[in-house]
Design a protein around this ligand. Structure first.
Ligand SMILES: Nc1nc2c(c(=O)[nH]1)N[C@H]1C(S)=C(S)[C@@H](COP(=O)(O)O)O[C@H]1N2
Ligand SMILES: [Mo]
Length: 522
């Protein structure tokens, strides 16, 4: 090998050393995180910190573009950036060993700061995984690049370094890192095991107040229309959790405290099971749902009435002279959501839900307990993995999304969606069933109309209404003629208000406008 070939080869190996050091750092960090707290791992911490700091329009774009894969894309992005940095640090370390290793340590500090400043972090221990990983990575980089520059033990002339020694060291490092990573995974799984077992042990009691039976006519027999009850596995998921919290229900407590709380409460999961349980069908919608979008679903929830619990704590709504107008719910992962106290105590079925469609809440949807409030967007009402309720005022405290420019108060806007035909479908001429769903939770849907191209608005047939808190299906038999057509839908709620044509963005308080699809009739 010539001297210049040898230099390039060593650069390649230096880059590889950087990658290996990065890999070792992440593996060791994840192992440490499994011992400390899974959410404190560097990828989750940096990702979470990035989510917290992402400007609202960028986040909106990410949700629009990547949908529910947005978190996966973010994590892959972080790993890709780390890999690129690791390559560069490897090359740097070939020339300046100490500087390269120090730079790795610096990234560890960044990870540690991210982990300890996340809203759910209450301990400096959360910085340990990143620091431990960085130490391991820095040491490995220093060691490996040392092999690349060390004087030869073998006697090949012109090569100033120990090739075999390097390869053995690199392989050993790769194996050890993989071992650490696998061990971390196993530890993490065993930590989650108590939570999984506690969920498996839950037997939902028969509710004291059952949901009204869903009228048979609520579910249309039209292919392509959303099912009236959204199965749990298909229910949309929107949250900031890179690691889904796994809470052990046997250790869970809900604290209720704050302004006007005469008797602070600390409820266990068993306390909730022992209370009066109500079962209700409620449609949940996300403020980030675009017109025509997928972030809306309907489920049968079981839980206790939040108003009863609040009353027991001595809380009075503002209309009865209570000093608190905002209820701030906090989750185990530090999310905060603010709900008007008046709304949860005005007689609607605001729930501390423990069951969803006949099973305990899935972990993704907030096990063991979440809030559900008919008529309000999820981000101002539907706290998952809830552990704390503080009575306060809108003046005194802005929760997570409000700090990020979303509205303080956000009742669900009346919306309607065409489920079938799909955009750009090519139905045959003749009668085509146009159908979909409309929702105006806690007001109810009164009328749905469909327009073909620029024609007149025509009344759609409404499916039977389950309750005013659920969405309502509709259908419209359309005499389709050949050519390209635009179908548009709009709904009117029970207050008599028809959806406005004006298109707005989802920020700050939910999208408005009419949904339309373009189809070509053959
Ligand atoms: N802890 C926590 N609860 C949360 C969120 C969150 O990010 N963290 N997101 C809220 C939002 S924006 C919505 S729309 C609903 C979505 O509930 P789902 O994921 O069960 O559909 O949960 C709400 N509760
Ligand atoms: Mo949401």
């Amino acid at each position: 090998m010539t001297a210049s070939e040898s230099l390039w080869f060593r650069r390649l190996l230096a880059a590889l050393s950087g990658l290996l050091a990065g890999y070792a750092a992440l593996a060791v960090a994840e192992l440490a995180a499994a011992a400390v707290r899974p959410e404190a791992g560097p990828v989750a911490a940096v990702g979470g910190a990035a989510i917290d700091r992402t400007p609202a329009p960028v986040k909106d774009w990410a949700i629009r573009t990547f949908g529910e894969s947005d978190k996966l894309v973010l994590q892959l992005g972080i790993v890709a950036v780390l890999a690129a940095l690791a390559l560069m640090l490897g090359l740097l370390a070939l020339r300046h060993r100490r500087v390269g290793a120090s730079a790795v340590l610096l990234f560890g500090v960044v990870g540690a700061v991210a982990a300890t400043t996340r809203p759910d972090s209450d301990s400096f221990a959360d910085g340990v995984p990143s620091l431990a990983g960085a130490l391991a990575g820095a040491a490995l980089l220093h060691w490996l690049t040392g092999r690349l520059t060390a004087p030869a033990r073998a006697s090949a002339p012109g090569e100033g370094w120990d090739r075999r020694g390097f390869l053995i060291a690199a392989s050993a490092a790769a194996v050890a890192s993989t071992g650490a990573g696998v061990l971390g995974r196993a530890l993490g799984t065993s930590r989650a095991r108590d939570a999984v077992a506690s969920r498996a042990a839950v037997v939902l009691p028969r509710p004291d107040s059952s949901a009204a039976p869903v009228p048979r006519g609520a579910q249309l027999r039209v292919a392509g229309v959303s099912r009236f009850v959204t199965p749990n596995k298909d229910f949309y998921r929107v949250d900031t959790a890179l690691v889904v919290p796994k809470v052990d229900a046997t250790r869970w407590r809900l604290r209720i405290h704050g302004r006007g709380v005469n008797r602070p409460l600390a409820l266990s999961f068993q306390d909730l099971l022992d209370r009066e349980l109500v079962e209700r069908d409620i449609t949940l919608a996300c403020v980030s749902n675009e017109v025509g979008g997928p972030y809306v679903g309907n489920a049968r929830w079981v839980g206790v009435r939040l108003a009863d619990v609040l009353a027991e704590a001595g809380v009075r709504p503002p209309s009865k002279g209570g000093p608190a107008d905002q209820l701030v719910a906090r989750s185990v992962d530090g999310m905060t959501l603010g709900t008007p106290v008046e709304d949860v105590m005005d007689g609607r079925d605001a729930l501390l839900a423990i069951g969803m469609n006949g099973e305990p809440l899935p972990f993704d949807h907030g096990f063991p307990v979440r809030m559900v409030v008919p008529g309000l967007y999820g981000y101002v009402s539907a706290c998952k993995w809830i552990e704390d309720i503080e009575l306060t005022t809108f003046d005194a405290y802005d929760p997570y999304w409000v700090k990020r420019k979303w509205a303080r108060r956000a009742p669900v806007k009346t919306q309607s969606r065409i489920d079938t035909p799909k955009p750009f479908a090519r139905p045959a001429a003749g009668t085509v069933m146009v159908a979909g769903v409309a929702w105006a939770q806690h007001r109810g849907i009164d009328r749905v109309e469909v327009r073909v191209d620029d024609g007149p608005w025509q009344r759609a047939d409404l499916a039977a209404e389950a309750t005013i808190d659920t969405w309502r299906q509709w259908s419209f038999p359309w005499k389709a003629t050949p050519g390209s057509h635009t179908l548009t839908v709009r709904a009117t709620d029970r207050t008599g208000r028809t959806q406005t044509e004006k298109r707005t963005r989802t920020i700050p308080d939910g999208a408005s406008g009419w949904h339309s699809v373009v189809v070509t009739v053959d």
